[in-house]
Design a binder for this molecule. Structure first.
Ligand code: GLC
Length: 714
């Protein structure tokens, strides 16, 4: 029998209670849950694994009437026991293969403990770094986030969901969650349909096209309709236009949260709305379990919608092969933290680091006689893992201090944290750090945010280094010793005061288990940094929201006018869209990052000056490594639609390629741009490419590049 025939056959045998059971997800363990499983009153569990998972699965398969296996979910967001950089850091690699491999390894380790469904990738576009969950996604750009999210889906799921080393993925949080007002988690979102379709929905569509098995509906109020009760996004777009055939799980209690949203009067109405709009499974809250049967009996809810929801859930369970192989194989746990996995995590962490400044201090000489290692994050095994880590263990982290001692020898490394922790305002330990710096030939300060300052419900109104870290930087700078800052963080920070005081700055995000060796590889030049910013770095939180693919406005600030020095109110230099007291540009733009060499872009060539609809333009540029070190350049392609039936962004990323070049080496890099790649949603919400003039740039970040023009003909 085909999968669909098997579903039909099983559905026909199921009672209404058993159908409703499939739509219920429970978190954790409790003695009382065992009877629910025997009754077929739960179809999924969250946050159980190992022997607990095996026991609950056995009850479902062997002691319930129909033996329908459980789908067992867990937040395996950026690794299981081998923890990879936070997804924002993975996005900084501009390397989808890193995301794919990290997800594959995470699936391999998680599946060995009975998990068959991860609640990842998170693909919420975030243009506000105050929002703590910017850490979990692909940054500010829809094209980059789509590439990384789709790659994670492929890594988690592979070619065959029934592969015992693969697990179902879940694109979340559908949709618009990252646009939370004020950067406050769970706050309201107002997103016009054109912006929803051309920015926030793009990575979700890419995940659906990559075959993602499930999506998760979000918490946020979207234009007055909660995302978990939103027929437009769920029924019309996801299940209608995109013909998505997997299932949708709500977020934690997001069904009954339609009550505090003021969108449902009680749990019964919340259940009705959730099912009507296409949320197939309810996470944790019990409104489906308690009210669907009555809603059916009252005729408020057609049984067809229940059957459709259960069909979708069973479809994924069949595709996962759970009916044939419901149990995990213990011996597969041998792969956890194996060398292959650790090496992949080290590579990912290396590629994620973004070099923002280097006065020639880096790479360090590994013949140093004495290196001062300072800062609250030099030896912080838990914090370097970042947010959303349930299974990675602090003691399994390889910290920068450990790695530096391995490379230089214990006797050559002087360690002084300088602060008790990232948030400490107690400056009493700073003199000891200053003393260590004075004795050393160079100082590396590991600073930034602890893991608890980003992630869910962990938003910040300020983006500065927390605690007295700036005082620590200032004191270290006073010593006059060569000073390198390594910043670990879950979000873009306002680093201008740090940049001014150090000779080099490496932005390492939260780099995961192998963060130490990876950072040290870069500090000593084993490899050149190659990360690029997946989100804009503002000069001050007062600039937020600030992102590269902005609208031009009728009075754009002039980039050729000298910038206003930060914090120095001057006469307005023209009546344009900017602040009086800070430069109108970011500290560092999207796509920016340095390396240990320099690159030159020459000879931009376009295959045509005019394109007919349906044709493809080839754009070529020559990139030369004009410095003395082998390095990777991330060549980026941006376009601008100069005139549209609605205003268009000043730039949009449409392609990127990582190329490694030896010193002196040149290579021609080609991009293909089909007229469909230029499409957007017009005022009538039709996805169109409009004839007219276009500009393109190929360069090293979103404010640079060789510029060309072409025209699309009607
Ligand atoms: C949360 C998060 C979601 C997560 C779920 C289960 O509240 O919003 O991302 O997958 O609960 O832990």
């Amino acid at each position: 029998m085909s999968c669909e025939e098997r579903i039909d056959d099983l559905l026909a045998q199921m009672s209404l209670a058993e159908k409703v059971g499939q739509m219920r997800q429970i978190s954790g363990t409790d003695e009382g849950y065992k009877e629910l499983i025997r009754q077929g009153a739960a179809g999924s569990f969250l946050n159980i694994l190992g022997e607990q998972a095996r026991e609950y699965q056995r009850l479902a398969v062997e002691e319930s009437r129909l033996g329908i296996p459980l789908i067992l979910g867990r937040d395996v967001i950026h690794g299981f026991r081998t923890v990879f950089p936070i997804p924002l850091g993975q996005a900084a690699t501009f390397d989808p293969e890193i995301a794919r491999e990290g997800a594959r390894i995470a699936a391999r380790e998680a599946a060995a403990f009975g998990i068959n469904w991860t609640l990842a990738p998170m693909v919420d576009i975030a243009r506000d770094p105050r929002w703590g969950r910017i850490a979990e996604g692909g940054g500010e750009d829809p094209y980059l986030a789509a590439c990384m999210g789709a790659a994670m889906v492929e890594g988690f799921q592979g070619e065959d969901l029934a592969d015992p080393e693969r697990i179902a993925a879940c694109a979340k949080h559908y949709v618009g969650y990252g646009a939370a007002e004020g950067g406050r988690d769970y706050d309201a979102t107002w997103i016009p349909e054109g912006l929803l379709r051309d920015v926030y929905l793009v990575p979700f569509h890419a995940c659906v096209q990559a075959g993602v098995a499930t999506l998760m509906s979000a918490f946020n109020d979207l234009n007055g309709v909660p995302a978990s009760g939103n027929a437009f996004t769920l029924r019309q777009i996801l299940k209608g236009e995109w013909v998505f055939d997997g299932f949708v799980v709500s977020d934690w209690n997001s069904i009954i949260e339609m009550i505090p949203h003021g969108f449902a009067a009680d749990e019964k109405e919340a259940a009705l709305k959730g099912v009507m709009v296409g949320v197939d499974m309810e996470m944790v809250s019990t409104s489906y379990a308690e009210h669907i049967e009555a809603l059916i009996e009252e005729g408020a809810l057609p049984i067809e919608l229940i059957d459709e929801a259960v069909r979708r859930i069973l479809r994924i369970k069949f595709r996962l092969g759970l009916f044939e192989n419901p149990y995990y194989e213990q011996e597969r746990q041998a792969v956890v933290l194996c060398d292959e996995h650790l090496e992949a995590a080290r590579k990912a962490a290396r590629e994620s680091c973004v070099l923002l400044k280097n006065d020639g201090l880096l790479p360090l000489n590994n013949e140093l006689d004495r290196l001062a290692v300072v800062g609250p994050l030099a030896d912080a095994g838990r914090d370097q893992l970042g947010c959303w880590v349930f299974d990675g263990r602090d003691e399994e982290s390889r910290t920068p201090l450990q790695a530096l001692r391995e490379v230089l020898g214990e006797e050559k490394v002087v360690y002084a944290p300088g602060l008790e922790n990232c948030r400490s305002a107690d400056e009493s330990m700073i003199p000891q750090a200053v003393g260590a710096a004075r004795e050393a030939e160079a100082v590396v300060a590991f600073l930034g945010e602890d893991a608890g300052l980003s992630g869910e419900a962990h938003c910040r109104a300020f983006l500065d280094l927390p605690g007295a870290q700036q005082q620590l930087v200032d004191a270290l700078a006073e010593t006059g010793r060569p000073l390198v800052a390594v910043i670990m963080t879950g979000r873009p920070l306002t680093l201008e005061p740090v940049i001014e005081k150090v000779g080099a700055l490496l932005l390492a995000w939260h780099p995961g288990t192998m963060g130490g060796p990876a950072i040290v590889d870069l500090l000593f030049g084993v490899e050149s940094p190659s990360g690029r910013l997946p989100a804009t770095l503002p000069r001050t939180v007062g600039q937020v929201p600030i992102y590269y693919n902005r609208k031009n406005t009728g009075r754009p600030p002039r980039d050729d006018v000298p910038s206003i020095p930060t914090g120095t109110p001057l006469d307005p230099q023209g009546f344009t869209a900017k602040h009086l007291d800070v430069d109108h540009g970011p500290l560092f733009p999207f796509g920016y990052g340095l390396s240990y060499t320099t690159f030159e872009y020459t000879d931009l060539q376009l295959s045509a000056q005019q394109l007919k609809m349906g044709e493809t333009l080839t754009a070529a540029v020559t990139v030369t490594n004009t410095g003395g070190a082998k390095a990777v350049e991330v060549v980026q392609l941006y376009v601008r639609d100069l005139v549209g039936s609605v205003t268009r962004p000043v730039r949009e990323l449409k392609g990127f390629q990582r190329i490694a070049l030896e010193p002196g080496e040149s290579r021609q890099v080609l991009f293909e741009l089909h007229t469909d790649d230029l499409a957007f949603h017009n005022i009538d919400m039709e996805r169109v490419t409009e004839p007219g003039g276009f500009r393109l740039w190929i360069g090293s970040h979103s404010q640079s590049g060789l510029q060309g023009e072409f025209e699309v003909m009607d």
